[in-house]
Design a protein around this ligand. Structure first.
Ligand code: GDP
Ligand code: MG
Length: 679
């Protein structure tokens, strides 16, 4: 029997098969007379070489590496409803799958075909961790039943896959996933969003670059209108990983040749036209009919033999599958390594399981020590490398901001009453403090009364400011403590309480302090700052203009004073005896008030920094230890019990590592085989 090369067009896969040196030339294996001895579409020696690759992938699938975000090379069968997906799979496997009106594939069906030498076929279903053996006659029923178990007995669909293993003499070694057919219109009893649900499943399977899309198209439809074509084009724009199978060639032979040659829909891996089993035909009969059809039909026989028939499809798929697996393995190996490294590093970062009180003590001291160090950085030194992007934690900057704002507000609050009813407040106070004595002595009590009034007006805002500052510091301290006791959740409530107690105490002290400062300002008018005299002198320079306007009634009562702006003074013409004293006292208080405000802000700033420093450097450690050992603290012993969340996390990580290690072994073995075959 002479072997003859059919002219299969050079596809992407053909050219890349060099990646998989174990492959024999697939083209040479398409036997001229293949369609006649139907029972063995694939030469079994070929299977032997692909088997280890497929086994490796199947094993990885069983190990659930997909859960680790590692994609496996997969042939995914997509198509519109009733395009013939199940029929194609049946033809490849030579078995009956559920068929019927509307939607019957409602969960992803992973079909694993394995050639075996035993003439008796073997079938089993794997789902949700279990395996059941089934007989050929019951495949359909069993699949339907398990589908009901997974996706409910109504028309719903599910992402949970079901695996059908077919071990049969002569089948190609292939693993494919059959997906629900795409439908726009929900049938009776289906959820309204069935289209979105099905699209989501299909997208999940075809999006990964590692997936080969087997697009099943019915010859009876216009390809560009197929939903499945639109979907695959969305994820595979170039079409390089899409292969088209055109079913029902027998039903619409007219123009089929043109359709596949025109390739309006960008199918990179080529077309294969088939005729599936019809009615009660056996699979043998169906293959004979198919071969006959493409051999003799006046139109269909014109299609190149490398593009027709189930055996051609089987070969193409096996070849593509081997190529994609070979291509993906190094990448999978790398991904497994990366995941392993990430898991190991997370595991190493997890806290040690503490077993004795000294160990617990040292862990506690370490947590406190590192928390205090972090607080020093953010609150005192302005080093933010631990929180580069979290502005809230850039405390030195935030504190300065808050202090500036407070100073500005204080400044503003006194500016408001500079010019309204100019000097009237001063006149009233002077009148009330007048005694029996010479008129040209300024009574000191008048000055103090005015000062007290001004201090009272602003006294609430420094208190509010300090209270806000401590609220802010509390959020920072708690955030830092929570971060450092992350691995010991049992510590969190004690440390949080300690921080809250401490801040509450500090806040109280600050408020006491600032109230004291304010009281001090009220009883004494003193400064050694020469700025006071300078300022007063400057302000008094306005006096000449003032006197001039007061003494000449015809002059405009609008004066622009240095340091005050435009002032209306007409009303003062009625207070000839007292207005000069009032003017003088106003200039004194204005000059002095600047000094008072500066002193207030300076004092608060120094007090605050001092207070924060002693909180961090002195009180924090003591307070946390006291709280932990106190009546509500639960003591050091509680550190010996691992938090359940940590136990669970460690178990998960260990399980993952085991899985990754097993996967790595699987991959290493096949890579070895590939290397040996390459030599
Ligand atoms: P699915 O919904 O895509 O799985 O489509 P099915 O495989 O269930 O097929 C839908 C209908 O098309 C069934 O009645 C099949 O018998 C029929 N069918 C599938 N392939 C062919 C074919 O090549 N020729 C003919 N005449 N009918 C086919
Ligand atoms: Mg189907």
């Amino acid at each position: 029997m002479a072997r003859q090369n059919h002219n299969i067009p050079e596809t992407e896969t053909n050219s890349s098969s060099a990646l998989v040196p174990i492959l024999v030339d697939p083209i040479a294996m398409i036997d001229e007379e293949l369609p006649t001895p139907v029972e063995a579409p694939i030469v079994s020696s070929y299977n032997d070489q692909i088997r280890p690759l497929l086994d490796a992938i199947d094993k990885l699938r069983l190990l659930k590496v997909m859960q680790e975000g590692i994609q496996l090379p997969t042939i995914v069968v997509v198509g519109d409803q009733s395009s013939g997906k199940s029929s194609v799979l049946e033809s490849l496997a030579g078995i009956s799958l559920p068929r019927g009106q509307g939607i019957c594939t409602r969960v992803p069906l992973i079909m694993r075909l394995q050639h075996h030498s035993d003439p008796l076929p073997e079938f089993h279903l794997e789902f949700m961790g279990g395996t059941v053996q089934i007989s050929e006659a019951h495949i359909s029923d069993a699949i339907n039943q398990v589908t009901d178990d997974i996706a409910g007995s109504h028309k719903g669909i599910s992402h949970t896959p079901l695996t059908l293993v077919v071990k049969k003499n002569g089948v190609p070694d292939l693993t494919m996933v059959d997906l629900p057919g795409i439908t726009r219109v929900p049938v009776h009893g289906q959820p309204d969003d069935i289209y979105e649900q099905i699209s989501a499943i299909i997208m999940e399977y075809i999006r990964p670059e590692e997936s080969i899309i087997l697009n099943v198209l019915s010859a009876t439809v216009d390809f560009p209108t197929c939903e499945s074509i639109r979907m695959s084009q969305r994820v595979d724009k170039t079409g390089l990983r899409t292969l088209a199978v055109v079913t029902k060639a027998d039903k619409a032979p007219e123009g089929l040749l043109d359709k596949v040659m025109a390739d309006d829909v960008n199918i990179g891996l080529g077309y294969v036209c088939v005729r599936n089993r019809i009615g009660d035909e056996s699979y043998d009969e169906a293959r004979k009919e198919e071969a006959h059809l493409f051999e003799t039909h006046p139109l269909l026989s014109k299609i190149d033999k490398s593009m027709v028939g189930i055996p051609v499809l089987a070969k193409k798929l096996v070849q593509i599958q081997a190529s994609i697996i070979g291509k993906c393995l190094p990448e999978i190996d790398k991904k497994i390594n990366d995941k392993q490294a990430a898991n190991i590093s997370e595991l190493n970062k997890m806290p040690k399981n503490l077993t004795s009180v000294p160990e617990a003590m040292s862990a506690l001291m370490q947590i406190i020590g590192s928390s205090v160090e972090s607080l020093r950085k953010v609150l005192l030194r302005g080093e933010f490398e631990e929180y580069p992007d979290d502005k809230h934690m850039h405390c030195t900057a935030r504190l300065a901001e808050m202090l500036n704002q407070c100073a500005q507000e204080l400044q503003k609050s006194s500016e408001n009453n500079y010019t309204d009813n100019f000097l009237m407040k001063e006149i009233k106070v002077l009148e009330e403090t007048r005694g029996i004595g010479l008129p040209n002595f300024l009574p000191r009590t008048a000055f103090l009364m005015l000062l007290q009034k001004k201090v009272n007006e602003i006294s609430a805002s420094p208190v509010q400011f300090l209270s806000d500052i401590w609220d802010y510091i509390e959020t920072v301290v708690i955030a830092v403590l929570m971060r450092h006791s992350e691995h010991y959740p049992q510590l969190k409530s004690s440390t949080k309480r300690a921080a809250q107690n401490l801040i509450a105490k500090r806040k109280e002290m600050s408020v006491d302090r600032v109230v004291e400062i304010i009281e001090m300002e009220k009883i004494t008018d003193y400064t050694c700052d020469p700025e006071y005299m300078t300022l007063w002198g400057k302000l008094m320079a306005n006096n000449n203009v003032f006197l001039d306007v007061m003494n000449n009634n015809w002059k405009s009562p609008q004066i622009t004073f240095d340091g005050f702006g435009d002032v209306e003074v007409g009303h003062l013409r009625f207070f000839p005896n007292i207005r000069d004293q009032a003017f003088d006292i106003k200039m004194r208080i204005t000059a002095y008030w600047k000094i008072v405000l500066k002193r207030l802000v300076d004092c608060m700033a120094l007090h605050l920094l001092f207070s924060v420093k002693s909180l961090v450097n002195r009180d924090m450690e003591m307070e946390i230890v006291n709280e932990l050992m106190g009546p509500h603290g639960g003591g050091l012993e509680q550190l010996l019990e691992e938090a359940p969340s940590i136990v669970v996390r460690r178990e998960i990580l260990n399980k993952r590592l085991k899985l990754l290690k097993d996967s790595k072994e699987v991959v290493a073995k096949v890579m070895d085989i590939i290397a040996i075959n390459a030599d």
